[in-house]
Design a protein around this ligand. Structure first.
Ligand code: BG6
Length: 491
């Protein structure tokens, strides 16, 4: 058998895309609560109110950037659809969703805690009702032997901190984050073992993700420094609270291939790959790498640090590397090379590979390449915490959903991951299918772009009763888990 006996098979979601209940149970507002729905090539928008009361909206492109005017505050406009408000209503359907996960034989469920459900304004006030909500979820998961894997912060922050502190640009936010983190570490120390500090730390850039209004490179890297320090301090705190905690980092991993063997293209690929390696180097190796320091020098970026920052980063490296893998990309120096969409970036098109309906390159072998690149560089346990296909699903007249395309995608990726374990010997601890129960897409805010093994009856016009339907991939995945990844053609 190729996978370890205790391999963590499961699924993953995030609060702002799955949970809903945005104004229920004492939860405070979060930045994603003012991000509207969008569509393929139709950007989502952040709605805000300026200091003199003017209401406006700024588009959030696929990289989630788009500066929001300084001194403005997030604002909920009437008659506007905000997908996070109900999302796919895990808030009221958690029991049903967990029962479905148990039926598939999940060994783990990766989810995020909504910071503003625990600390409504992100600061030092605790919402006991919020803590109780996650107690119920963890207890239910554990009842079925499903290990919770918790992302402490997935792409959002309490809106108060964005409005009043300019988000992660303020150093004070480190302490607020640590208070929140301490609260959940202590509360769930006997229920949750696997944690991840920040989702896709290397793509955090927009107001909705980090609360920074003007995300110019200077501000962005300063905010990221605060995030690094917060994450390292959280690692230290977690291990003090429970030495058995496994605390990981999480990066969006899109390997880039040179378009040609022209050395300039190869160098472009090296530079592109550094956009994620930088974050891994800091959190796994424990230092700012030379190439990044040189970049700061060239671009006149000055990071304000406190005396012990570099020490804490050095001492508190992570226990494992969590990463998302959806696609590979291509690097080129040719300005006329054809482009396509990507996971939070626009990418060059690979002529050898097909793309999904949303323009994302489909490259199963790229997952084996990613696993090898990461393992060669860091030699740490790895956890694939997101992989999946965003596709349009159709309910047939007989009520079935035949998502063979999704099965094909997942099967090919699992095969590649099996090769990486069996043939290359990488250390892999788990795999979670992204959006295992349908969720709202982060990039487009759509329901149409579905990832789930379970369909949720919710649509982009806001209609739908949230009922759940098993897709064909449900039983297929159940067999995969039951056979520990040996049976990939059984459905
Ligand atoms: C990752 C995020 O970037 O990709 C998820 O961690 C997101 O939150 C996923 O949902 C897929 O992207 P999208 O835009 O299709 O939802």
């Amino acid at each position: 058998m190729s996978f370890k006996e205790d391999f963590l098979w499961g699924g993953a979601t995030a609060a702002n895309q799955h949970e809903g209940g945005y104004n229920k149970g004492g939860r405070g507002l979060s930045t994603f609560d003012v991000v509207t729905g969008g569509g393929y090539k139709v950007p989502r928008k952040v709605t805000f109110k300026t200091a003199n009361g003017k209401i406006g909206a700024v588009p959030v492109d696929s990289t989630m950037t788009g500066p929001v005017p300084e001194n403005s505050t997030g604002y909920i406009k009437e008659n506007t659809y905000y997908p996070s408000h109900e999302a796919t209503d895990f808030y009221h359907h958690w029991k049903e969703d967990i029962a479905l996960m148990a039926k598939m034989g999940f060994k783990c469920f990766r989810m995020s805690i909504s910071w503003s459900r625990i600390c409504p304004n992100g600061m030092y006030e605790i919402n006991e009702e919020g803590l109780k909500f996650y107690d119920l979820i963890f207890d239910e998961l554990l009842k079925f032997g499903i290990e919770p894997v918790v992302t402490i912060n997935h792409f959002e922050m309490p809106m108060y901190l964005a409005d009043h502190y300019d988000g992660w640009l303020s150093r004070e936010v480190i302490d607020f984050f640590l208070f929140y983190t301490k609260t959940i570490f202590e509360r769930y120390k006997n229920k949750v073992k696997y944690w991840m500090t920040f989702n896709e730390i290397n793509v955090l850039s927009g107001w909705c993700q980090i609360g920074v209004h003007n995300n110019n490179p200077q501000n962005l890297y300063q905010a990221h420094h605060h995030i690094f320090v917060a994450s390292a301090k959280a690692v230290k705190l977690g291990h003090q609270i429970n030495p058995n905690f496994k605390i990981g980092m999480m990066v969006s991993y899109t390997p880039s291939y040179p378009m040609t063997c022209k050395p300039e293209d190869v160098m472009e690929a090296i530079k592109f790959n550094r956009q994620k390696e930088f974050y891994m180097d800091v959190q796994v190796r424990g230092y700012y790498p030379e190439y990044q320091l040189k970049k700061f020098e060239r671009e006149n970026i000055h990071i304000k640090m406190e005396k012990d920052d570099l020490k804490i980063i050095e001492n508190e490296t992570v226990d494992y590397i969590g990463f998302s893998y959806y696609m590979s990309t291509v690097s080129s120096t040719d300005p006329n090379a054809k482009k396509t969409e990507g996971n939070q970036f626009i990418a060059y098109k690979n002529p050898y590979l097909k793309t999904s309906n949303w323009g994302w390159t489909v490259d199963p072998l790229g997952l084996r390449i990613a696993l090898n690149q990461i393992y060669d560089r860091y030699h740490k346990p790895m956890f694939i915490v997101e992989n999946g296909l965003g596709a349009k699903d159709v309910i047939e007249k007989d009520g079935t959903i035949n998502d063979d395309y999704r099965i094909e995608y997942l099967k090919n990726h699992i095969k590649a991951m099996k090769d990486a374990v069996e043939l290359d010997g990488v250390d892999l601890i788990g795999y979670t299918v992204w959006g295992c129960i349908d969720i709202v897409s982060a990039g487009t805010g759509e329901m149409k772009k579905r990832y789930g093994l379970v369909y949720v009856n919710k649509h982009d016009d806001g209609s739908g009763d949230f009922s759940r339907i098993k897709k064909k991939s449900f039983n297929w995945y159940k067999n995969v888990i039951q056979s520990n990844g040996e049976s990939l053609d059984n459905y």
